[in-house]
Write a protein that binds this ligand. Structure first.
Ligand code: MN
Ligand code: MN
Length: 460
């Protein structure tokens, strides 16, 4: 790279030779398989657990490769490095949850012509994006006898999908004059589950009051041995149905659901599994609940990470204060950044916006309206990472989320910073973030694995 006084971000496609482009494609194919199969936090954590187990990670913290899943929704893993533990960990933190539609506790209703599931959305969605599109159901149902039914319906060819109807344009004349938030109500996000009524036996008076709902309950009982009460205690999530796909004639983008933040879970896991143990001991933490504020037992505000690091310290360096490990830890908050939207460039401040294809993006701070609610990385740590990536010719960029006083958002960085860790956000840019079909660059996917791996192997 030619050095000049002025700074110019490096496009990750430009330097990629034929071999690198082949690697990008094969990595993208494996990644698409992952986001096609893993659409909930539970599925994601199980995928991570299986891949760690295949590489010799066990739940015995006395070992050199350790992991600890938490309620199937979060997972911690660590691997011994060269530097002693009093130098802290090199930690990658990402989140496993994604915006979606959760079934209400009493979901089933019958309305004219259909039986539906009422929903309560999870995380930041644009409600209209969920109408008139095929949806799949993922989750678990705990039956009265305590047995657990794992649900994935609507992904395989031949399986039915589910759908929320939308208003036809002819009848939307009033709606199109409303504001978007008034036009699309949360209480209208009702998912069609069935349409055929239960046949009346014998006399007409015997017909069930809600024949379509009755028929649906009958099918659910016959096929899955569940009752309406079982749904009350279930976790059922409606997500966009179907596989991730390449996008564009050049197949240079990956389109699919849940890339915020599963692209960082995937790239962090790849980096952990590939890295040489040449630096600090390495760790990853994949949390749930980030999209709704990180609260709860499996979210970043919980004590889970603290307990894991305390136990790890006791096992690997008895007598060492865990606080020393926390204070010395170098962390990357591995989360995505909003890519500059080609059609809505005015919501960004272009010089400080992330571009697709320019490598993972640093966010020195998050928050909004005067950096409120942010943790901010210090210049020394940011500078050391920048020098690391420049020395390895790994493209990177820096951005903030949207124009001042117009954009903003949070990540898990502040929860790591609370322990005194060195922490900064670093992750790929994503277009159409939080939509049912998010877009990411194959070049950024590949470069992010390189960047996370170089971080884990370094002694910065
Ligand atoms: Mn995120
Ligand atoms: Mn998000």
């Amino acid at each position: 790279m030619e050095k000049t006084l002025a700074y110019k971000p490096q496009n990750a496609w430009e330097d990629a030779d034929a071999k690198t482009r082949k690697e990008m494609e094969s990595l993208a194919l494996r990644y698409m398989d992952f986001i096609t199969r893993c659409k909930t936090e539970r599925e994601t954590v199980e995928y991570v657990r299986e891949r760690l187990a295949a590489q010799g990670y066990t739940e015995d913290f006395n070992g050199e490769r350790v992991m600890r899943p938490m309620r199937g929704k979060a997972i911690f893993a660590a691997r011994r490095g060269t530097l002693p533990l009093d130098q802290g960990l090199a930690l990658l933190a990402a989140h496993t949850d994604t915006p979606r539609l959760d079934f209400k506790q009493r979901p089933l209703v019958e309305q004219p012509g259909v039986a539906q599931a009422k929903t309560h959305y999870y995380g930041g969605i644009r409600k209209y994006q969920w109408l008139a599109r095929p949806l799949a159901l993922h989750g678990i149902v705990v039956r009265a006898d305590g047995s657990i039914l794992e649900v994935t319906i609507g992904e395989k060819p031949g399986e039915p999908v589910f759908c929320i109807a939308d208003l036809l344009p002819h009848l939307a004349q009033k709606q199109v004059t409303q504001t978007v938030s008034d036009a699309f109500e949360g209480e209208k996000l009702n998912i069609i589950l069935g349409h055929s009524p239960k046949a009346a036996k014998g006399k007409k008076d015997d017909a069930p009051k809600e024949p379509i709902k009755a028929q649906l309950l009958e099918i659910l009982h016959k096929k899955y041995a569940i009752t309406e009460e079982d749904l009350i205690t279930a976790e059922l999530q409606a997500v966009p149905a179907g596989p991730a796909r390449f996008v564009g004639f050049d197949k240079a983008l990956v389109g699919g659901y849940g890339q915020d933040d599963r692209i960082c879970v995937f790239t962090a896991l790849e980096a952990l599994l590939e890295a040489e143990a040449t630096g600090r001991s390495m760790a990853v933490i994949f949390w749930d609940k980030e999209e709704i504020g990180s609260d709860g037992a499996t979210g970043a505000a919980s004590r889970f990470l603290q307990y894991c690091i305390e136990d790890l310290t006791q096992a690997w360096a008895p007598g060492l204060a865990a606080s020393r490990v926390f204070m010395q830890t170098r962390a990357l908050s591995a989360d995505v950044q909003a890519a500059l939207d080609p059609d809505y460039q005015e919501v960004h401040e272009k010089q400080n916006a992330a571009l697709l294809g320019y490598g993972p993006c640093f966010s020195k701070f998050t928050g909004s309206r005067g950096k409120y609610g942010a943790s901010e990385a210090d210049a020394e740590y940011f500078g050391a990472l920048r020098n690391l990536y420049n020395s390895k010719n790994i493209p990177w960029q820096a951005a903030e989320l949207g124009r001042v006083d117009h954009g903003g958002g949070g990540t898990v960085a502040l929860f790591l910073a609370a322990y005194g860790m060195h922490v900064i956000d670093l992750g790929p840019a994503v277009l159409s973030m939080h939509s049912p079909f998010e877009l990411a660059s194959c070049a950024d996917l590949h470069t992010t694995v390189r960047a996370y791996r170089a971080f884990l192997e370094s002694t910065i």
